[in-house]
Design a protein around this ligand. Structure first.
Ligand code: SF4
Length: 143
């Protein structure tokens, strides 16, 4: 079983109320092989919402700050924990998540400057999924 980013399954859960529909992900969901989850919704954030990016403190700790300068780390962590809980209930051992997102991004994420620049790193949910043994697969890797 897979879990997949809800926005890839065509659900309008992005910060701007849009989605990132991907036909390969839709196929997985229709075949009953994948369940969509949106960590930011699960964390209690709304649609639409102010976009957020991950920044590092002076001590190297990561936090999530939105474009208005508000700290939304708690919501992101809550969403990550709920996503992992759902993955465990479903016994999902794979996840297909939306790239570059501060929640769902794998390998590359936005750099915290809101300038469309990417740095190496994983979103908050991805880190927790990996820690819990879930394999992350990119959309490009799907058949
Ligand atoms: Fe998509 Fe993940 Fe952002 Fe939700 S948190 S909108 S699933 S990228």
């Amino acid at each position: 079983m897979y879990i997949v980013s809800s926005c890839l399954a065509g659900i309008n859960c992005r910060y701007d109320g849009g989605n990132n529909l991907n036909e390969k992900v839709i196929k997985l969901v229709k075949e009953g092989k994948a369940i969509p989850v949106c960590p930011e919704m699960l964390g209690g954030l709304k649609i639409p919402r102010v976009p957020a990016e991950i920044v590092k403190n002076e001590d190297g700790k990561r936090k999530v700050i939105n474009k208005n300068g508000e700290d939304v780390t708690t919501e992101f962590i809550k969403g990550a924990m709920k996503t992992v809980a759902i993955a465990k209930i479903l016994e999902a051992d794979k996840a297909v998540m939306k790239k570059n997102s501060p929640s769902c991004g794998y390998g590359k994420i936005y750099d915290g400057t809101f300038s469309n620049s990417l740095v190496e790193g994983n979103g908050i949910t991805i880190e927790l999924l990996i820690e819990n043994g879930v394999e992350i697969i990119t959309v490009d890797d799907l058949a």
